[in-house]
Design a protein around this ligand. Structure first.
Ligand SMILES: *Cc1c(COP(=O)(O)O)cnc(C)c1O
Length: 350
């Protein structure tokens, strides 16, 4: 059987699935509702891209106040997670629930990983976290802050304590940092902690099509991770377009600010719905939970929203059972979502 050729850890792996249900209102993938045209970036197709993305890294280095040598470019930050687990390896410590790619990539590379449950508020639970660090000596600790899919930011002091107490690397995944009203990025702390790495992506601020993520940190670690990077991992169009689009800071800011305002409106409106608990968010999405005693089931809600041409992400597993993650869209999309939610809840309660 040719299937016997597949590695056991890959056989056991469940692929990351992205829902393909066609809906006109897509609030399932944490994308920005505001995009930018790509046609203006005219490049010849015959040459390879700059393997080191020098212009882009220089541009970002200035923006972020670090040296270009401290930045590594990835085909999305997903690729950088892959490279980290390839170059450094496990054991990896991963809170739960969080972004599922940390575990999926660790498993696919056959690297040990272990999960530590977050507390009731979805914050870091320090006693078990510190115990797990002591017991397993993780080489990598992945912390998404704000956390996907819960939307909260782990307490700053707790993150600092973990950075100080581990002998491994702490990856602060700041995919949603632009939406965090606290504005407390860990980039400023990089000079103080050699074992801290910050990960950024352009995917959530309107450039998901470009596939661009970055790892920022100690030169020696960046240099080591760079060794496993495939030579032309970021294409020419993405490199040029990222600079061209990010130069227009005002437009980027406008999109981010609109999402922040709309998120706060959406949270207020969701909180008023019968049988629903919404969790406050520092990101571009909101987690909400259906009351277990509600006559409306999670499957029924998901299906009825799709009938109304609206797609959101249904979550499963442990504390996420009966939970959904809805991405903040345009004011019009959010209004359509809330109005559909109201209608579905009313119909069920009749
Ligand atoms: C979306 C997301 C990413 C993936 O970013 P890409 O740059 O698109 O690969 C990384 N981390 C978290 C926590 C995310 O939610």
């Amino acid at each position: 059987m040719i299937e016997d050729l597949i590695k056991p850890n890959i056989k056991a792996l469940k692929a990351y699935t992205i829902e393909a249900t066609p809906c006109s209102i897509r609030l399932d993938a944490n994308e920005s509702p505001y995009g930018f045209p790509l046609g203006q970036f005219r490049l010849p197709t015959n040459r390879y891209p700059d393997p080191d993305a020098r212009s882009l890294r220089r541009f970002l280095a200035e923006k972020w106040g670090v040296e270009p040598e401290c930045i590594l470019h990835g085909n999305g930050s997903d690729e950088l997670i892959y490279y980290l687990l390839t170059a450094i390896g496990g054991p990896a410590l991963i809170p739960a629930p969080t972004f599922s790619m940390y575990r999926i990539i660790a498993e696919s590379l056959g690297e040990k990983n272990f999960m530590v449950a977050l507390d009731e508020q979805f914050d870091l639970d320090m006693e078990p976290m510190l115990a797990a660090i002591k017991q397993n000596n993780p080489k990598l600790i992945f912390l998404s802050r704000p956390n996907n899919p819960t939307g909260n930011s782990f307490t700053y002091g707790k993150v600092i304590e973990i950075i100080e107490k581990t002998g491994g690397l702490v990856i602060l995944d700041e995919a949603y940092q632009p939406f965090s009203t606290r504005g407390d990025s860990f980039v400023d702390l990089l000079p103080r902690y050699r074992n801290l790495l910050v990960m950024r992506t352009l995917s959530k601020i309107g450039l998901a099509a470009l596939r661009l993520g970055f790892l920022i940190g100690d030169k020696a670690i960046i240099e080591a991770v760079n060794k496993v990077r495939l030579p032309y991992n970021v294409n020419s169009l993405s490199q040029a377009a990222a600079i061209g689009i990010l130069e227009d800071e005002k437009s980027i800011e406008k999109g981010i600010n609109s999402v922040i305002d709309e998120r706060d409106n959406l949270f207020a409106e969701l909180s008023e719905l019968d049988g629903i608990k919404a969790y406050s968010s520092n990101a571009n999405f909101i987690l909400f939970k259906l009351n277990i005693n509600s006559p409306l089931t999670a499957d029924a809600l998901h299906k009825k929203l799709i009938e109304d041409d609206i797609l959101i992400k249904k979550l499963v597993g442990g504390p996420l059972d009966n939970c959904f993650r809805v991405t903040v869209g345009t004011p019009k999309e959010n209004a359509a979502f809330i109005s559909s939610m109201k209608k579905i809840i009313e119909e069920t309660n009749k």
